[in-house]
Design a protein around this ligand. Structure first.
Ligand code: PMP
Length: 414
């Protein structure tokens, strides 16, 4: 059997560290070698050997409308004819900014950048500049990109000393940290629904407590909605929970599958940024016309389609199907679902923070992942990630996935 993915990976290993441009793609967490993807359409992707997969990665979140959706491709084709980058303002970026401001409750002004990492990095810069304080509080298991100080155990060096770590979903720890160091804390940054330790919803009252405590201490609350923005509701988690942060970071869906991030918030805060205020942040390709076009076409299609209720019920069907399959096979599985994302934790107990997520059996996930892949179902290649549904997925897709899971889990149970 030809295996072009294998050949390409061998070449890539000699040219790119670990053969990939983002670590989790290397399949290190599940073993084996990554698939090289040639194309995607709707809920499907095809690898370079022509094999078809039902895709639950959705490019790690951006593709809420599925792959190569017609109106987005058409909008990009048209924009491409006019040139790829000007380094000057364009009408499209104004229109996208208006969509974001109208959609996201906390955002009165927004600045476009090129990735989620750049968005959180810039939001921290703004938080420190605006408050004159040095410390940042982050929750264990939340991921905010590879910013020094937001990845404190992975090569961040001395910057990590300015970050205080709290367990997710734990109000008393949060209160304690702010009681001890509140006057030095510039910001608390949170994923309002965590999706980077697998999917973990906020406990009732947690986001409200985060809002209250930060306000009392004059610290900023940053919701990192890079994943949840335009996914858990059009206006993100802040719309769903009715908790309004000072600053919000966005990425993924806002770029419609092209490289975009954004940070926004109260106008008085955003106006601390250059050229109005003294805090500098810039980008050669920020607001890139193609990226703005893809983002705008995606948001407009989402507004028109309003797929959220359907996505929710489809994802519920998948979660319930996976749970039932695991019960039948007597495999301990906790399926956490929120809106159109879920994680099957190979874990017999509830998962509500990083400590409980970490008790999952990653080996079982790896076996499950490969058995599913063999049946043409492409799940995230690591236990602690989110499985994403798109508006292109159908009930038939979900039912086929559950059937595949029945086989995979039975095999796993031995
Ligand atoms: N914040 C969150 C919540 C994310 O999930 C991610 C990426 N998965 C980032 C920030 C970083 O975004 P990017 O990969 O675009 O730099």
């Amino acid at each position: 059997m030809s295996n072009r993915s294998h050949d390409l990976f061998e070449q890539a290993l000699g040219l790119i560290p670990g053969g990939v441009n983002s670590p989790v793609r290397a399949f290190k967490a599940v073993g084996g070698m990554p698939l090289f993807i040639a194309r995607g359409k709707g809920s499907r992707v095809w690898d370079v050997d022509g094999r078809e997969y039902l895709d639950y990665l959705g490019s790690w979140g951006p593709l809420i409308l599925g792959h190569a959706r017609e109106e987005i491709v058409a909008a990009l084709r048209e924009a491409l004819e006019f040139g790829t980058s000007f380094g000057a303002p364009t009408q499209t970026e104004v229109e996208l900014a208006r969509e974001v401001v109208e959609a996201v409750p906390s955002v009165e002004k927004v600045r476009m950048v090129n990735s989620g990492t750049e968005a959180t990095l810039s939001a921290l810069r703004l938080a420190r500049g605006a408050t004159g304080r040095d410390l940042i509080v982050k929750a264990e298991g939340c991921y905010h990109g590879h910013v020094d100080g937001l990845l404190i155990s992975a090569g961040s060096g001395p910057a990590a000393a300015q970050t205080l770590l709290v367990p997710y979903n734990n109000v008393s720890s949060l209160q304690r940290v702010f009681d001890e160091s509140g006057s030095r804390i510039a910001a608390l940054i949170l994923e309002p629904v965590a999706a980077n330790m697998g999917v973990v919803a906020p406990a009732p009252g947690y986001l409200e407590a985060a809002r209250r405590i930060t306000k009392e201490q004059g610290s900023l609350l940053i919701f990192d909605e890079v994943i949840t923005g335009f996914r858990v509701a059009y206006g993100g988690a802040q719309e769903r929970f009715g908790v309004v942060p000072d600053l919000t970071t966005l990425g993924k869906i806002v770029g419609g599958g092209l490289p975009v991030g954004a940070y926004g918030g109260r106008a008085d805060l955003m106006d601390r940024m250059a050229p109005v205020g003294p805090i500098y942040q810039a980008g050669t390709l920020s607001g890139n016309p193609l990226a703005m076009t893809a983002g705008l076409a995606t948001l407009r299609a989402l507004k028109k389609l309003n797929p959220y209720a359907r996505l929710e019920s489809l994802c519920r069907r998948l979660a319930e199907g996976l749970s039932a399959a695991a019960r039948d096979a007597r495999v301990p599985l906790t399926v956490n679902r929120f809106a159109s994302m879920l994680t099957p934790f190979f874990n017999g107990s509830a998962v509500n923070d990083f400590a409980s997520a970490s008790k999952s059996d990653r080996h079982s996930y790896s076996v499950f992942f490969h058995r599913m892949l063999e049946q043409g179902i492409y799940l995230p290649p690591a236990q602690y990630e989110a499985t994403f549904l798109s508006a292109a997925h159908t009930v038939e897709d979900v039912d086929r996935t559950v059937d595949a899971a029945v086989h995979a889990l039975r095999e796993l149970a031995g």
